[in-house]
Design a protein around this ligand. Structure first.
Ligand code: ZN
Length: 340
């Protein structure tokens, strides 16, 4: 049984030593460390120590290109998009967006550097977290203004189809965007695999809806079957999507489990441990139980200690962390069988 949490809370290694004790005491055997553009610029030595400390205690280390280029999930800013105005995504109406385009060579170089650094830092697994074309999660009315129509995308579309990229999101543009994201992931995973790391892909729980459409996400089976993808999962954050924990988490556990069984990949489910409001804390433990009941053996929570250090924390982060820890310890004990 694999149970883990995401960690981005600070780069003070003395502080992390205490947090690591706390993470282990809460039943985790892996940590997803965020390695952002800010880390790449200023905190390589600290991240190297943090990764080594984690591995020295016997835990598996995932590294997450957190918010890299604004293309992956993460509450951080991209340095790259300020330095490479030419490599930004361009919206349908011509607006330059605060996100890099996966088809731009300069961004490809940043990704390649990140993967090489992740290998040098000693990562076991790379978490490709919610790769997407740009969208504003809150203002859904802006989703009609899709990306990307940058020069690189225009050239590629013309090369592949023989015509100019339309300004409407036609089925042809939709499949083009999906192909671009799929190729982007495939290249990233191949490089990581070549450097001895495993690949884990996490997608938003919206395979065919408007969110998946604006993000340019391919039908999930095409991603799961990529040769270098080892682990596939989703983050069914029921409370954020207005869902009920049993139904919402259960539905996505079944879908991920089924797909991973078909393509012989490892299934992973993320548990919501941020923005949990007062009175709903027990739902976090329930979500872990639901994942276990579906036979999911890789369960991760976002994030450490109820996300206590950031504005999008739980109302009572300590309570959520205790409930999560209890559920994780129970999962670990259960996987060891009745003989303990
Ligand atoms: Zn583009």
């Amino acid at each position: 049984m694999k149970t883990g949490v995401a960690y981005f809370h600070n780069r003070d290694v003395r502080h992390f030593e205490r947090d690591l004790d706390d993470i282990i005491a809460h039943g985790c055997n892996f940590v997803v460390h965020c390695y952002s553009e800010i880390d790449m610029a200023w905190y390589n030595q600290a991240v190297e120590k943090i990764v080594r400390m984690t591995k020295d205690r016997g835990l598996t280390v995932y590294l997450d290109p957190w918010g890299l280029g604004g293309v992956f999930g993460g509450e951080t800013f991209s340095k790259f998009v300020g330095e490479h105005l030419e490599a930004r995504q361009i919206a349908r109406d011509g607006t330059s967006l605060p996100a890099a385009c996966p088809n731009q060579p300069a961004f490809r170089e940043l990704i390649e550097l990140w993967v090489q650094r992740a290998a040098d830092l000693g990562a076991d697994v790379v978490l490709w977290d919610e790769p997407h074309f740009y969208y504003d999660f809150v203002h859904t009315s802006s989703w009609e203004n899709w990306a990307c129509r940058c020069p690189a995308c225009r050239d590629l579309f013309r090369k592949e189809t023989g015509s100019d990229i339309p300004d409407q999101l036609t089925p042809e543009v939709e499949t083009f965007r999906q192909r671009c994201m799929l190729k982007f992931l495939d290249q990233n995973c191949a490089q990581a695999r070549g450097l001895g790391m495993k690949n884990c892909v996490c997608l938003l729980p919206d395979e065919t809806g408007s969110l998946g459409k604006v993000a340019g996400t391919s039908p999930w089976h095409r991603i799961v079957r990529l040769p270098d993808v080892d682990i596939f999962g989703t983050d069914p954050y029921w409370a954020l999507f207005g869902g009920e924990v049993d139904e919402f988490v259960g539905r996505y556990c079944a879908r991920v489990k089924d797909l991973c069984a078909t393509y012989k990949k490892e299934a992973q489910i993320w548990i919501l441990a941020f923005l949990i409001t007062e009175g709903r804390e027990e739902e976090v433990g329930r979500a872990v139980e639901i994942a276990r009941s579906h036979g999911i053996k890789n369960i991760a929570a976002w994030a450490y200690r109820g996300n206590h250090a950031i504005d999008i924390k739980c109302t009572d982060p300590e309570k959520v962390w205790e409930i999560l820890g209890e559920a994780f310890r129970k999962a670990q004990a259960g996987s060891r069988g009745p003989q303990g």
